[in-house]
Design a protein around this ligand. Structure first.
Ligand SMILES: C[S@@+](CC[C@H](N)C(=O)[O-])C[C@H]1O[C@@H](n2cnc3c(N)ncnc32)[C@H](O)[C@@H]1O
Length: 275
């Protein structure tokens, strides 16, 4: 299976877990827990589950309800890692867990199968100029039962949400935004895509919330995270942005990050549709 995930690498499981433990990644700030309380005996699918941040959130809020949680990712190392992480849940009688390595855009399940499909932080990783988001929504609609719910949490502005006065960095970021092959603003189209793919128009909800990516006292640890993110991005950035510009944007971004008054922000989106 072709893996286009730009951050894939040996350290990605640990990086995702570390990232999800930070205050600005708290799922409680992205969705109301009431949206993930499902009826008894529900079958739920977490698409692009990664190391299971959303899966665990769903499990935590649906204990003792005899739910079946299916987790899908196109990277097997994520799933192996997650299996171990959830081993305590697997011992519980009234929870069934299953794991499948496959593509979110072509789900290996029969139609009318799940009460809910959840998905977090995938859309901005899709390729920019294709119809991956349409495929994700279309497939989710197909595998959902009537009245089933699709919940998509995503972000926009990551990497470009830096409040800096450095004109060279601002120029380079503008250039990068224009050539970055990822669908960085894809989640803004989700309500439209859901409407086009059979979700009930009156029930599609969309929330958008700008927030600080890191508070002042977190910038130092974010410096290390961004250094690591750039090292993961570097190989592909060299190809679409060129070696010199990649090196320069990294240097400038990291040095601006530590200057007094620099802010990092991003915008979270929550889209919910009902079949
Ligand atoms: C940024 S991580 C988010 C993981 C998790 N949902 C979370 O909230 O932490 C994106 C995940 O999507 C997976 N992924 C990327 N493209 C995919 C695809 N086409 N189908 C299934 N999974 C995919 C990656 O392997 C990675 O685990």
């Amino acid at each position: 299976m072709k893996n286009e995930y730009i951050l894939s690498g040996e350290t990605e499981n640990l990086r995702l877990d570390r990232q999800n433990s930070k205050p600005h990644y708290l799922i409680d700030d992205e969705i109301s827990y009431k949206d993930v309380i499902f009826p008894e005996n529900s079958k739920i699918l977490d698409v692009a589950c990664g190391t299971g941040a959303f899966s665990e959130y769903v499990l935590k809020h649906n204990i003792n309800k005899n739910i079946h949680l299916e987790m899908l990712d196109n990277d097997n190392s994520r799933l192996e890692y997650l299996k171990k992480k959830l081993s305590e849940y697997e011992k519980l009688d009234n929870i069934k867990l299953s794991f499948t390595c496959d593509d979110a855009r072509k789900l290996p399940y029969r139609s009318n199968n799940f009460n809910a499909v959840v998905n977090r932080y995938l859309v901005h990783h899709f390729p920019r100029n294709d119809n991956s988001s349409q495929k994700l929504v279309k497939e989710a609609h197909r595998v959902l039962k009537p009245n089933g719910k699709l919940i998509v949490i995503d972000v926009i502005d990551i990497l470009f949400g830096i409040g800096t006065t450095n004109t060279e960095l601002r120029g380079l970021l503008d250039e990068l935004r224009a050539v970055m092959p990822l669908d960085l603003y894809g989640s803004l189209r989700l309500p439209r895509i859901m409407a086009q793919n059979g979700f009930k128009t009156e029930n599609i909800s969309f929330e958008v919330r700008p927030c600080l990516f890191a508070k002042k006292n977190e910038l130092l640890s974010e410096y290390e995270e961004w250094k690591h993110r750039f090292s993961l991005l570097e190989k592909s950035m060299n190809q679409f942005f060129g070696f010199e510009k990649t090196k320069r944007i990294k240097e400038l971004f990291l040095s601006e990050l530590l200057k007094d008054g620099t802010i990092l922000y991003w915008t979270k989106t929550l889209t919910i549709g009902v079949k």
